[in-house]
Design a protein around this ligand. Structure first.
Ligand code: ADP
Ligand code: NI
Length: 201
């Protein structure tokens, strides 16, 4: 668990970076990923401090969110090194923050990295995952659903990515929660398509 005053300092840093994000990558996404990273670390015997800090900062430097991703990532690492965290632990946090993204297609090298990736993936599925997907779609002027069109609507993202995530979870502790969230999305999609197709009857 991150203790005060570091906890408040990290929260403030994350507020400044992500408060105005309308794409589902806001402060609360970081808070949930940090929370799940800590919980999973405790269950899996990984380092909870490294996982929680990396969870808070995992999207600092994401190319979709920052015009200068390399600079943003460097800034986050520098910020950490200024918080009295040893160089060795800083390096482990940095490693856990890297390779988390689905789109990069990487499997993180360390257990801590795998845990942060699992926590990030849990937040992409289930009820919150659904909300984030439509928020992302709206923020990118994407339609809810496009029938048989080349340009994809947000519903297409479920098939392209979200329904694949529960099979890509690394840890046993995250898998059970992922399966519950996966089933919720399957049920939601069925209901969505029933309502959508109802007008064609
Ligand atoms: P990662 O960094 O793990 O690849 P992304 O940042 O691309 O994940 O996606 C995070 C979330 O943003 C997704 O779970 C989804 O909710 C939303 N998202 C990303 N791409 C799209 C898209 N094309 N349409 C709708 N939502 C999307
Ligand atoms: Ni994320």
């Amino acid at each position: 668990m991150i203790k005060e005053p570091l906890k408040t300092t990290i929260e403030n840093y994350v507020h400044v970076l992500f408060d105005s994000d309308p794409t589902g990558h806001d402060y609360y996404h970081m808070k949930r990923v940090a929370h799940w990273s800590k919980v999973l670390a405790e269950k899996e015997g990984a380092d909870p401090f490294i996982c929680e800090v990396a969870g808070w900062l995992h999207d600092a430097g994401d190319a979709k969110l920052f015009p200068e991703p390399v600079q943003a990532r460097k800034h986050a690492v520098k910020f950490l090194s200024e918080q009295g965290i040893t160089e060795h632990v800083c390096r482990q946090i940095k490693m856990a923050m890297e390779d988390v993204s689905f789109s990069k297609g990487q499997t993180p090298k360390t257990l801590e990295g795998k845990i942060v990736q699992d926590a990030d993936r849990l937040d992409a599925i289930g009820a919150i995952g659904i909300a984030r997907t439509f928020a992302f779609g709206g923020a990118h002027s994407q339609l809810i659903h496009q029938e048989g069109k080349e340009t994809a609507g947000s519903i297409q993202h479920f098939y392209d990515k979200l329904l694949k995530l529960s099979d890509l979870i690394h840890t046993k502790s995250a898998r059970e929660e992922a399966q519950i969230r996966h089933q919720f999305m399957v049920d939601y999609l069925q209901r969505f398509l029933d309502e959508w197709e109802g007008v064609n009857e």
